[in-house]
Write a protein that binds this ligand. Structure first.
Ligand SMILES: Cc1cc2nc3c(=O)[nH]c(=O)nc-3n(C[C@H](O)[C@H](O)[C@H](O)COP(=O)(O)OP(=O)(O)OC[C@H]3O[C@@H](n4cnc5c(N)ncnc54)[C@H](O)[C@@H]3O)c2cc1C
Length: 479
């Protein structure tokens, strides 16, 4: 007799494991299948986010930021550092420890919530009488049966045609987070969130980094006033960014036992260029992952990009089969995947789970950080929406001066008639934390005046948000 469950979740990333926990909290008998293996072949729950994404990248961003501060900025505080050196093995080891703490944390949560975990690949085997048989191929092979199936199989890094990742010289995010030596020269193709974060890590640690971007605009999805401010900051830090390039032939070379990679491209002026570097990181986006799921034979419909086709409620074309996170449409963000996981579990329980796509925050954890929620000025203009804008620079914020980081600003956009906040865009210190207040405000449909009238602690970076709100009404107090 097959093991039988109310809900089977395929994939244990932030979408899948959160869906499993929420479903268990709601009283369902839940299984979660995940195939990720750690270095010893054991389970490594948490998906891309925990193993090769959000968590390890933030660990290395933190370590590399400490190195940069000690090398270049401690002196401003009267702290002299002599003989500063880098122990890459230790830095990467610390990152691995942080990852493992998170992996083990999910296993603990499964035990706590009585979610049955299967380590292996899950695939659709058959369906009968409203029940799905799911094959689990792990160390052993078994079939489990479920009434509701939640597919949360995530995404994989996209590469350029004819340029497979070898994770030695041509790297995806995976290899980029495992380098044990700082490359002298590094090229990054793609200046999106992941590219800029990876570029920042390795530039801070001493690599000469060139970022090649095909689009003519830097961070086209970001409010352009904010993007321009960030561009200036990255340039002044020494990150070389070339926009509007067309990448040509990529060749790996070996001379005197040393491997390198050459990248031919045409720059924005149409001039042919060639860069010979130690490593190449390709970060041109990610593709939905349905490998090994037997989606096609099960009759699961995919869209033209290979993502599982779902409606607004994350329902697929198959009854009681749901899909969430990176494997479906929408922003590829861990917190979006989590929210969909919770909403689907609640819908299965007959509740009204809901994800508000208008208030999903975005963060780029570079220095300065970039964070935003809601619409950009460009989007409002394109939609013909009347708005008022207020900006406040961190230069005029007491806490930012005390910290010694006055780059950037907070920008608030509010409806010209109702004053409802339509978007907030931040580039500067701790933007990732500051954006939370703005998400709450927008979720409660606050006006800019609401934020302007709320008492904010002094001295704090959050006062810049209050001042940006005051700026919407042209009455800043400190600028
Ligand atoms: C370098 C990098 C940095 C990032 N930083 C951030 C960040 O700071 N903030 C943020 O919000 N997002 C970030 N992201 C994006 C984030 O990682 C993803 O949006 C998130 O992981 C998606 O969650 P998911 O659950 O949909 O899929 P995933 O996390 O990809 O998890 C899917 C899981 O399913 C498993 N799986 C797949 N197929 C099967 C199968 N057939 N059977 C069993 N198991 C299977 C996989 O092994 C994996 O464990 C980053 C991504 C990268 C690459």
């Amino acid at each position: 007799m097959n093991k039988q469950f109310d809900v089977i979740v395929i994939g244990g990333g932030p979408g899948g494991y959160i869906a499993a926990i929420r479903a268990a909290q709601l009283g369902f008998n839940v299984a979660c299948i995940d195939e990720w293996k750690n270095a010893n072949g054991g389970p490594a729950l948490g998906g891309t986010c925990t193993n090769v994404g959000c968590i390890p990248s933030k660990a290395l961003l933190q370590s590399s930021e400490h190195f940069e501060q000690a090398g270049h900025h401690f002196a401003d505080h009267g702290i002299e550092v002599k003989g500063l050196s880098l122990d890459m093995a230790k830095m990467v080891g610390r990152k691995d420890t942080v990852v493992k703490q998170n992996n083990d944390g999910v296993l603990y949560l499964f035990k706590k919530n009585k979610v049955t975990f299967f380590h292996g690949r899950g695939s659709f085997a058959s369906s009968k009488d409203g029940l799905y048989d799911i094959k689990v191929a792990g160390t052993a092979e078994e079939v489990i049966t479920g009434k509701h199936i939640i597919v949360a199989t995530g995404s994989n890094a996209r590469t350029l045609p004819g340029t497979p990742f070898d994770e030695e010289i041509i790297l995806s995010n995976d290899g980029a987070l495992r380098m044990l030596d700082v490359p002298k020269k590094l090229v990054l193709i793609g200046s999106g969130v992941i590219g800029l974060e990876m570029g920042s890590v390795w530039r801070r640690l001493g690599a000469e980094v060139t970022v090649l971007e095909g689009l003519p605009t830097f961070l086209g999805v970001v409010d352009q006033q904010i993007a321009k401010e960030a561009y200036k900051a990255f340039k002044s830090q020494g990150l070389k960014i070339e926009l509007g390039v067309k990448v040509g032939e990529i060749k790996t070379n070996e001379a005197g036992g040393k491997k390198s990679v050459s990248v031919a491209y045409t720059n924005a002026k149409g001039e042919a260029q060639l860069l010979d570097v130690d490593k190449l990181i390709i970060s041109i986006g990610r593709v939905a992952n349905t490998i090994g799921l037997s989606a096609e034979s099960a009759g699961l419909r995919l869209d033209e990009r290979g993502a599982i086709l779902v409606d607004a409620d994350c329902k697929t074309n198959l009854p009681n089969v749901w899909a969430i996170g990176d494997v479906v449409r929408g922003p590829m963000l861990a917190h979006k995947a989590e929210e969909e996981g919770v909403a689907v579990a609640e819908r299965i329980a007959g509740q009204h789970g809901h994800v508000n796509f208008n208030t999903i925050p975005w963060v780029i954890y570079t220095s300065p950080e970039i964070a935003w929620v809601g619409q950009t000025e460009e989007q409002l203009k394109a939609a013909g929406k009347a708005y008022r804008a207020g900006t406040f620079p961190f230069l005029a914020n007491g806490r930012a001066r005390a910290i010694g980081d006055t780059t950037g600003m907070v920008k608030m956009l509010a409806d010209a008639t109702t004053d409802e906040i339509l978007g907030v865009h931040i580039v500067g210190p701790m933007a990732s934390e500051l954006i939370a207040e703005c998400v709450v405000a927008m979720e409660f449909r606050a006006s800019s005046e609401d934020i302007a009238r709320i008492c904010h602690a002094h001295p704090s970076l959050s006062e810049a948000t209050k001042e940006a709100a005051l700026a919407v009404d042209k009455r800043t107090l400190n600028f």
